[in-house]
Ligand binder design. Structure first.
Ligand SMILES: NC(=O)c1ccc[n+]([C@@H]2O[C@H](COP(=O)([O-])OP(=O)(O)OC[C@H]3O[C@@H](n4cnc5c(N)ncnc54)[C@H](OP(=O)(O)O)[C@@H]3O)[C@@H](O)[C@H]2O)c1
Length: 212
């Protein structure tokens, strides 16, 4: 699959692009094509382009840009028509010394869906720090994916499963994206307040073998 990482020059975009390049042709997307090419040079098989070029070339796009820049997606409506668009975007703010969710209603993923009405939208990878993806071998992690259709979930899950040790879990329709995005504030606060280093999600099941 040809996957564009919009914001692929950033901390999260670059680290995830490296992992995705195991199974996909990665296109680093940047507002500045030269910057994209410089980053792509460090990732096996990757190329770098501006956002329009990357979106035109790709079968799917991941948005790893700040929430404040989400409006930039509207310029890619035509290029991403009929394609998968995955939001990694977390709208967060500092409040009383801890991180808090910054939207009164809705979610970044639902806003992305409004900006890209002809694309299939999901949210994924939101609350996994880039530090997990910078390692050669990623720690076993659950990736929560919200999407309105099972098909969109399965497409996103395919990208997730291409990275060893990641397990996709369906979190429900895009109306659940807010809960997924809010969890980012939770894991960041937990890590900071407890001095644990970066934390993320790995759920346990009653089907897991009990250890005594
Ligand atoms: N950092 C993490 O561990 C992590 C984990 C999960 C999700 N996320 C989410 O991923 C998104 C990016 O986070 P990040 O930590 O990777 O941020 P970052 O290092 O600042 O990178 C963001 C990238 O977005 C692009 N961008 C486009 N429009 C921009 C604008 N108006 N202002 C600034 N940058 C702009 C920039 O690329 P160009 O300038 O090259 O276009 C930049 O490289 C956020 O929504 C965050 O919540 C981050």
């Amino acid at each position: 699959m040809k996957v564009a990482v919009i914001g692929g020059t950033g901390r999260m975009g670059k680290a995830l692009a490296k992992q995705l390049s195991r199974n996909n042709k990665v296109i680093i997307g940047s507002r500045d094509a030269a910057r994209a090419q410089a980053v792509a040079g460090g990732i096996s098989g990757a190329v770098g382009m501006d956002y329009v070029g990357a979106s035109t070339e790709a079968d799917a796009a991941l948005f790893a840009i700040p929430y404040s820049a989400i409006g930039e997606a509207s310029a890619l409506k035509k290029e991403l028509s009929g394609k998968l668009a995955v939001s990694l975007i977390n709208p967060l703010k500092l409040e009383d010394g801890v991180l808090a969710y910054s939207l009164d209603k809705g979610s970044a993923a639902e806003e992305l869906a409004m900006l890209l009405p002809d694309s299939r939208i999901s949210t994924a990878f939101n609350h996994v720090s880039f530090l997990f993806f910078e390692r050669d071998e990623v720690t076993p992690i659950d990736i929560l994916v919200a999407a309105d259709s099972r098909q969109t979930y399965e497409e996103t899950a395919g990208l997730v499963k291409g990275i060893p040790n990641l397990r996709p879990l369906y979190a429900g329709p895009l109306s659940q994206a807010r809960a997924v995005e809010e969890m980012t504030a939770m894991v960041l606060n937990l890590a900071k307040l407890n001095g644990t280093g970066s934390l993320t999600t790995k759920f346990v099941s009653t089907r897991d073998s009990a250890r005594h």
